[in-house]
Design a protein around this ligand. Sequence first.
Ligand SMILES: [Zn+2]
Ligand SMILES: [Zn+2]
Length: 206
Amino acid sequence: MILEKITVGSYMSNCYIVGCEETKEAAVIDPGADFKKIYETIEELNVKIKFVILTHAHGDHIGALNEVIKKYNVPVYVHEDEVDMLQDANKNLSRMMFRKEIKVEPQKLLKDGEIIELGNLEMEIIHTPGHTKGSISIKVENIILTGDTLFNGSIGRTDFLGGSFEDIISSIKTKIFKYDDEVIVYPGHNSPTTIGNERKTNPFVI
Ligand SMILES: [Zn+2]
Ligand SMILES: [Zn+2]
């Protein structure tokens, strides 16, 4: 599997390029800002971008979305409960964060348990509400991308629109912690961790 983490923008969001080694087909996860940095990484990897998946629609994860769509002419995938936010620059905080309106029409609405194929890879969509209503985590081989749901030593904020502390805790405990300790967690901000490490040390969920 190809996996590249690009930290972008003033909110230091992690954009990921995930791809299939054999077919060189790839997806952009959360193009949060700094299109140039994302573009250069894609060029360097020499992959063909097939689609964008958003772990959720907050401004710091969609800041370069329009540029990615324009450059690669690819569809946007987002959870069905997140569409509303993606289409509204106030709800997705882009107006507040960048004084710029970002509102995008998604092409595919994701559901819990759905499998998305990318070359020879299978990406499992896991609905993990709590940070926002339509937040998802994405499991591919031995890694899981957790967006702003689970961080290294922390969890996402639940005081924005659609947030719920009860839901985020339940999402982490029942839908993310069901995986083995060895699974590597790639979060929406900060450095990677493992399921085992979070299970043992994350103060919000131990
Ligand atoms: Zn967020
Ligand atoms: Zn974020």
